[in-house]
Design a protein. Sequence first.
Length: 268
Amino acid sequence: MTEKLNTHLIHSASDPWFYKGYNTLNSFFGDRCEMEDLDVIKKRFKWNPNEPKNGYSLFYEMVVFSDEDDHILAAGDYSVIFSNSAEIINQAIVVHFSHVWVNPKNPSRSIVNNHMPNLAVEAANGVIINLKLPLDTNIILVGEVEPYEQGNTERTRRLKRFFYANWCVVDPKYIQYYQPDFRLPDLIDSTGISIPLLFLLIIKRINRESETEITVSEIKHIVKCLYHMYSFGVRLQDMSVVYKTLDQYPPDSTSIALIKEFPQLLTR
């Protein structure tokens, strides 16, 4: 990979790198029904942490990494989510990694391991300062990854990349996490049913990476933050399908294992 790495932080649909970033992500995630509609993404740029939406403060950022010839090396986006009630119960600020794509012709562990997480943490700290929260407010990076599938080298490589970067998988034996149906409403209605996607929930608790367990209460906080974020691009009736899956989680006080290595995941 070229040594020079240009970072393009995108905060508006008018940014010349926006469509390059969106099209790059959509070309990979769109056919998998894992990419939001263009208008949904555009609206996220208008989120202002100082203007809470239904009790949550939100901030969105897209990033594109390019080489010195403007060839795209990687692209990704993330949302910072803070629940007003979290200030009372001392819950963390959540940073959702919506999509991460790295050019397979120029793979670089440093983008996933360092550059994107560092930018996401900077964004979270910016929201913390903006909202005048305690500077030691906990930050949790969160992502959704397709479940392991034997023989699927792409999924295996993706999971290993996150494990290498010190992310953990919330034990899927006890927590079945579902992403809402991103298909267009007309298509959902034509099939007669909303079909959420089953994913592995992966997390990285900043400055708490050594912890090996997480309570269901904290998991629910994380998932509710994600579902609230998604609710601004998914219909209420389609969101209700995934909200109901929270009823299947174990009791709030239950501790759930955080899987830190690929071999551990295979035993689940």
